[in-house]
Design a protein around this ligand. Structure first.
Ligand code: PCA
Length: 165
């Protein structure tokens, strides 16, 4: 039984869950490591406690997590803690709140990086961490008919590689 959900913030840092082009090895990861935009610390891996539809849409093949809990799959991704400068930069990059809305979502932790353990103890594997996620309610209805993914990879065999624009 889960009795405790870890909160969205730790001091001045905010937890975000990354599932798309900002993940390691994906086309926008370099933005997470650009120190001139603020600070992002990798914390670990997880998946959404609830299922969501994750689609690849539009002329640029952009991944969108549709804010329709219960449909689709548990989505795999990476947990970061970011400072307010990086959070603001990511909001601007993601076109928040027009394209994506940064929304608190519960994430099941599957792996936690030692060096970022909070002094009060790291989230145990299988514990729940609340994180902001860039998901959207402002999607086109036909996106609901496209394939739902569980682990985004721009270079996957779907052939819908992200178009840098
Ligand atoms: N960037 C954000 C949302 C979708 C995207 O490509 C992310 O990686 O989580």
């Amino acid at each position: 039984m889960q009795s405790f959900v870890r909160s969205l913030t730790k001091g001045s840092m905010t937890y975000i869950f990354i599932y798309g082009t900002l993940k390691k090895g994906q086309p926008n990861y370099y933005r997470m490591t650009d120190g001139s935009k603020g600070k992002a610390e990798y914390c670990g891996k997880g998946y959404t406690l609830e299922k969501y539809p994750l689609v690849i849409a539009g002329e640029y093949n952009i991944p969108f997590l549709l804010n329709v809990p219960g449909l689709g799959h548990h989505i795999t991704g990476e947990i970061y803690s970011v400072n307010s400068q990086m959070l603001q930069y990511l909001d601007e990059f993601e076109g928040c709140p027009d394209w994506y809305q940064r929304t608190p979502v519960r994430i099941t932790v599957v792996e936690w990086e030692g060096k970022n353990n909070p002094p009060e103890g790291s989230p145990a594997v299988n514990s729940i961490q609340e994180c902001f996620v860039y998901c959207t309610t402002t999607y086109q209805p036909e996106w609901m008919k496209s394939p739902f993914y569980d682990n985004y990879d721009s270079y996957g065999d779907h052939g819908l590689q992200y178009v840098v624009h």
